[in-house]
Design a binder for this molecule. Structure first.
Ligand code: SAM
Length: 250
């Protein structure tokens, strides 16, 4: 039916695409993509014919022109599929402005969901998953990066970052310096690909291991939440009372 369909694409292994995503790509009136060539190739791999359709290039930065075309198609009652280059659209990828404006204009907006590097990394990292904070890419400049890390110090959940191989060593050493060497962390690399790797350890250990090394591939960094070292008196009292109560019952 009419509306905007976000479509998740693989983050490495080409077969990590859902049957529903392929159905949406096969049947959409209009197809738009962040990277038209990689979507065309993916459709070829899975035998989804273009059938006279063109793939429009769309990025949130392509501006109102390209977005206008898609919104016009939606207004004409067409179905539009949109895929970013990899993984879930909008997750450190374009699509936010498009989705927001389509929803504001009253169009149906949905998604054929699929893999996302952040969630796969959380699944593998061995760090708590009950609460997490996705912080995308850290700033490139050291000062801004450290300030950002500082602002995340007390977030009560696992921190998740996307990082480039060039900067990962510098990032880990900044993380260790600002958050402390002992915080547990993980580096997930090349997920779903041939050289998939998960390294777990403290920030200090990971930073030391990467010192002066060249790292390749795509990376997700994860850092455990900070555990408060100061115990206040009311917590102690409460714990003691609870312990005494349990004993008197027995
Ligand atoms: N939309 C994508 C998603 O849902 O994961 C993320 C797109 S973002 C522009 C690209 C970044 O995601 C990479 O620099 C890397 O940090 C992370 N990433 C993507 N694929 C990955 C993979 N296979 N293994 C590890 N990290 C990956």
């Amino acid at each position: 039916g009419a509306g905007l369909y976000f479509v998740a694409t693989p983050i490495g292994a080409a077969r990590d695409i859902t049957l529903r995503a392929l159905d949406v790509l096969a049947s959409a009136d209009v197809i738009a993509a962040e990277d038209t060539r990689s979507l065309r190739r993916l459709m070829e791999i899975h035998g989804v014919p273009l059938e006279g359709r063109r793939i429009l290039a769309y990025h949130d930065h392509s501006g109102a022109g390209a977005r206008g075309k898609i919104l016009d198609a939606l207004a004409e009652g067409k179905s539009v599929a949109y895929a970013s280059e990899a993984g879930m659209p909008l997750i450190a990828d374009p699509g936010y402005d498009l989705g927001r404006q389509a929803a504001e204009a009253g169009h149906m907006v949905t998604c054929a969901p699929g893999p996302s590097a952040a969630l796969m990394a959380l699944t593998l990292a061995g760090l708590p998953t009950d609460a997490f904070f996705f912080s995308g890419f850290l700033p490139n400049a050291t000062g801004a990066r450290r300030a950002r890390i500082e602002a995340l110090r007390d977030v009560p959940g696992t921190l998740v970052f996307y990082e480039s191989p060039k900067r990962v060593a510098a990032c880990l050493s900044d993380l260790a310096e600002v958050l402390g060497e002992d915080r547990q962390a993980a580096m997930c690399r090349e997920l779903t690909k041939k050289f998939e790797e998960v390294r777990r350890g403290s920030l200090g250990e990971l930073a030391a291991a990467l010192q002066g090394q060249t790292v390749k591939g795509e990376i997700v960094l994860l850092v455990d939440r900070g555990h408060s070292e100061t115990i206040n008196e009311s917590d102690i009292e409460e714990a003691l009372t609870r312990a005494l109560e349990t004993h008197s019952v027995r």
